[in-house]
Design a protein around this ligand. Structure first.
Ligand SMILES: Cc1cc2nc3c(=O)[nH]c(=O)nc-3n(C[C@H](O)[C@H](O)[C@H](O)COP(=O)(O)OP(=O)(O)OC[C@H]3O[C@@H](n4cnc5c(N)ncnc54)[C@H](O)[C@@H]3O)c2cc1C
Length: 234
């Protein structure tokens, strides 16, 4: 049977108008140590009905904190409650971390990572990114991050800080659906055609060892297809 443990909310930080980062602390049992890319499953009763929802951990393993990023879904029961009503000091029940969305960290290796994230799909990717930058000092990471507009980019400042701290090892390409960009290629949605153009001019796909994709299903399918077409089946 699934076991839930109480976690104390220690911080609720608004990362965009529609999303918060929630920091949690284990209080009474459960092993909440985690691997980068894992998720937590929460439960809560809404009007007498129990709902369970999963949210990816967005902190790096090295950070020593447990944090999730939750984007408000229009009329969504759990995500609206978190964004509107959850406050530090409150308790929330969660199962221990689960999930296999990661590759092993090899501190002595020099690897090239490529990740695609769409909207709230950034959360597990951010955990992987921060862990790789901290624990695999010879590795490099390129993130292609798709959003509607600048104002909906979750963790924008944190990503900028990471870019400045790890210059030369971490590169980020923002693709925005509605906001104009200096470079035409960086506007619109990510589809097969955009991937081909990115691989032709901006990303050396032949050098990529490991790729991660997390976002809406059509976006993930188009990218996976394109990566396969370009010889990357990882
Ligand atoms: C492994 C995993 C990791 C995830 N990680 C994250 C993460 O890191 N961050 C994140 O923000 N999300 C994440 N998600 C998504 C998250 O779990 C929820 O699905 C999301 O927050 C919506 O839940 P909700 O309760 O707010 O919405 P729900 O109440 O489930 O509603 C979702 C949508 O369905 C509509 N709807 C609800 N009921 C009905 C109905 N009866 N008829 C018609 N329409 C209806 C609502 O209007 C809403 O638009 C993850 C999901 C999984 C599976």
């Amino acid at each position: 049977m699934a076991r839930f443990f109480p976690l104390t909310v220690t911080d609720v930080d608004r990362t965009t108008r529609e999303a918060v980062a929630v920091t949690l602390e284990a209080r009474d049992g459960g092993d909440f140590s985690f691997t980068q890319g894992q998720y937590l499953t929460f439960k809560r009763e809404f009007d007498g009905t129990e709902l369970r929802r999963s949210y990816s951990i967005c902190s790096g393993v090295n950070e020593g904190v447990l944090r999730v990023g939750i984007k408000k879904v229009t009329d969504g029961a759990f995500s609206c409650w978190v964004n509107e009503d959850l406050k530090p000091g409150m308790t929330i029940d969660a199962m221990e971390p689960m999930g296999k969305f990661h590759t092993p960290i090899e501190p002595d290796k020099s690897k090239t990572y490529l990740a695609f994230a769409g909207g709230s799909g950034i959360t597990p990717v951010l955990s992987i990114l921060k862990t790789v930058l901290a624990a695999e000092p010879l590795s490099r990471f390129t993130l292609v991050y798709a959003n509607r507009s600048v104002s909906t980019i979750m963790f924008r400042e944190e990503l900028e800080d990471l870019k400045n701290t790890h210059m030369g090892r971490f590169n980020i390409i923002h693709i925005l659906e509605t906001d104009a960009q200096d470079i035409d290629l960086f506007q619109g949605r990510i589809d097969g055609e955009k991937c081909t153009a990115l691989f032709a001019n901006w990303i050396d796909i032949a050098s990529v060892d490991t790729a991660f994709i997390c976002g809406p299903e059509p976006m993930m399918k188009a990218i996976a297809q394109s990566l396969g077409d370009h010889g990357l089946n990882k």
